[in-house]
Design a binder for this molecule. Structure first.
Ligand code: PLP
Length: 218
């Protein structure tokens, strides 16, 4: 538990899997966490954070950015089309690009604003009806469409089904990325980030193991 422990475990996993030291970026997922916990982790030197809601990110990150240099914010939750401009205004990366309409909206706004966050395409590897992401059979076509739109797609992202061994899903995501010439693999959370690193994760999204359990009652 805690930032230092997670960083040590990431370093050990990199080594064990024959990955270069520092190959994996830790995204500290601060959604729902109280500001004092987030600030404590900023004070420990962490600069890369993840949020899953645009409004929540807008509520806390402008202040933190004014207090701490070098913050990098990743938006990891489902994105509604009407929040795209706000998302692009606050996020350095978006991990949840998952449909043509969204890709087209991002491309249009990128053109207007002259900048675009780094993008990951979310893949619904478990084909779960309640989950966001393009289906495995649609990945190649969707990545091609994003490239037609000149979007800066850097990788793929997945959230494996809660009740399955994530290894199958991590392996699948890696295969899709390789096939499409993408370097980035956003996969692995508190319970499985070490396994994800063994399967080539470049970005792990770790929340509760750093900050403690989220309290949704507040
Ligand atoms: C909340 C969240 C995480 C972090 O989950 P933990 O189990 O707390 O590590 C990772 N990825 C996404 C997309 C999330 O929404």
């Amino acid at each position: 538990m805690g930032l230092e422990d997670i960083k040590l475990r990431i370093a050990a996993s990199e080594k064990e899997s024959g990955r270069a030291a520092g190959a994996v970026t830790l995204i500290a997922v601060s959604k729902v966490q109280p500001n004092d916990r987030v600030e404590a982790v900023l004070n420990q030197g962490q600069r890369v954070f993840g949020e899953n809601k645009v409004q929540e990110a807008q509520g806390k990150w402008p202040d933190f950015r004014s207090k701490f240099d070098g913050v990098e914010l990743h938006l990891i939750g489902p994105l509604q089309s009407n929040k795209v401009r706000a998302a692009m205004g606050i996020a350095d990366a978006i991990h949840s690009v998952d449909r043509p309409k969204l890709a087209e909206a991002i491309a249009r706004i990128a053109e207007e604003e002259g900048h675009c966050p780094k993008l990951f395409v979310q893949v619904n590897t478990g084909e779960e009806p309640q989950k966001a992401g393009v289906l495995p059979a649609e990945v190649d076509g969707f990545v091609a469409r994003c490239r037609e739109l000149s979007l800066p797609v850097v990788g793929l992202m997945c959230i494996p089904p809660a009740d399955e061994d994530p290894s199958t899903h991590f392996a699948m995501l890696r295969e899709f990325a390789e096939r499409n010439g993408l370097e980035g693999l956003s996969m692995g959370m508190s319970s499985d980030f070490e396994k994800a690193i063994a399967f080539g994760a470049t970005h792990v999204r770790v929340g509760s193991a750093i900050f403690g359990e989220r309290d949704y009652s507040k």
